[in-house]
Ligand binder design. Sequence first.
Ligand SMILES: [Mg+2]
Length: 152
Amino acid sequence: MRKKSSKPLHRTPQTAASHPVIPRHSGDKVTLGELREMMRAFVQERAWNKYHVPRNLAASVSIEAGELLELFQWLTPEEAASKCDPTRGDLAFRQAVGEEMCDVLMYIMSLANSVDIDLGTAIYAKMDKNRAKYPPAEVRGHYDRRKNPAHR
Ligand SMILES: [Mg+2]
């Protein structure tokens, strides 16, 4: 006869809401640091650090971006906009889009952990570059700086 174990057969899954170190903020109140910490804990709890290395993570960002794009593959721009409409759109489609966006973002967060890049600082620096590269007076209403008569 098998000895009865005191261990439960199934562990209760630990959700972010019950995780001791991960706060759960709604909407845009969550910080990049909190998202990075959530990904770090997720990877660590599964001993997946050996897989979450820069090359694999960069590939994963691209793969998930491809999955996001696949949702729109055969739609016209008008069909895509209609399906994404927050009030009258396709609920299942919007959910699928949101999940693929999260997959992309989560791999970005894990990549930031893997290479130790402070995304907040990096984004401010990149936006400074973008502002210098695309001055509003030169690109307002279009994306091609060469359309500015000053550059002809
Ligand atoms: Mg995906």
